[in-house]
Write a protein that binds this ligand. Structure first.
Ligand code: IPE
Ligand code: IPE
Ligand code: MG
Length: 244
């Protein structure tokens, strides 16, 4: 069994991003509705947050709901929104107590009608934890990587049109400063569960030099052991960033 103590702290990622995928298949295997898988997925997330905090990882970004996930059935979207509200209502104080800072990546105010309570809960969670100094927990919600990049481009275009920004001042650093993750370290490790080999519009900019770790494990089964295995794999990678 992989042990926490065997992990070299110097080889830990500063920023881990996770595509928490496979809840539906996990439930299907058990002859249960997809929602059952999403509930189990929340449990898995709780443990991974706890462990990231214990390990002293700086930032953890989890993909909770994409801009494309609104395509799912009203039933499933409704259930996911219900879980979201429950999560933020139940967990907020515990996360706050752990000194976790919550940030939402995505368009909260652009969420559809009927999600007002969710929007309120998200704003409350951000405000409540904004001065915390522990783990930075980014929850990507109503999030799309392309949308995030276009949003940044528009902000810069407006400043250029107003004359406060020169086109030649638009550098990768300046551009990144308009992303949701503006002051955060680049993603070091991106984990995707359930074996799919794609990014699904997640952190397109931030993953420029991220190490990929893909596992067939379905998200509700992604436990401490699975996370440690991923971190061990990361510790063994040779990152070159274009050098030799
Ligand atoms: C990930 O699990 C959770 C969300 C996208 C909200 P899925 O619901 O995508 O599960 P699969 O991929 O259908 O098994
Ligand atoms: C990505 O998973 C989104 C989240 C995990 C929230 P999807 O299940 O939506 O991705 P695709 O449809 O398989 O690409
Ligand atoms: Mg999926």
């Amino acid at each position: 069994m992989t042990e926490l103590k065997n992990l070299d702290p110097a080889k830990l990622p500063r920023h881990v991003a996770i595509i928490m995928d496979g809840n539906g298949r996990w439930a299907k295997k058990r002859g249960m509705p997809r929602t059952f898988g999403h509930k189990a997925g929340v449990e898995a997330l709780r443990e991974i947050i706890k462990m990231s905090d214990e390990l002293g990882i700086e930032a953890l970004t989890v993909y909770a709901f994409s801009t494309e996930n609104w395509k799912r059935s009203a039933d499933e979207v409704g259930a996911l929104m219900g879980l979201l509200l429950e999560y933020f209502t139940k967990e907020l104080e515990e996360l706050h107590r752990k000194n976790v800072r919550i940030r939402i990546l995505g368009d909260i105010d652009g969420m559809p009608k009927g999600t007002e309570r969710q929007q309120q809960a998200l704003h409350k969670a951000i405000e409540r934890t904004q001065n915390n100094t522990g783990l930075l927990l980014n929850i990507a919600l109503n999030y799309g990587g392309q949308q995030e990049i276009v949003r940044a481009a528009r902000i810069l275009a407006e400043q250029t049109a107003q004359g406060s920004l020169k086109p030649e001042e638009i550098t990768p650093e300046r551009f990144a400063s308009e992303l949701y993750t503006h002051d955060e370290p680049e993603v070091d490790l991106i984990i995707r569960t359930s074996g799919e080999l794609r990014l699904s519009n997640f952190l397109l900019w931030q993953c420029a030099y991220a190490e990929f770790y893909i596992t067939d494990t379905l998200w509700p089964d992604f436990d401490r052991e699975a996370y440690l295995t991923a971190l061990q794999a990361f510790a063994g990678r040779n990152r070159r960033f274009g050098g030799v």
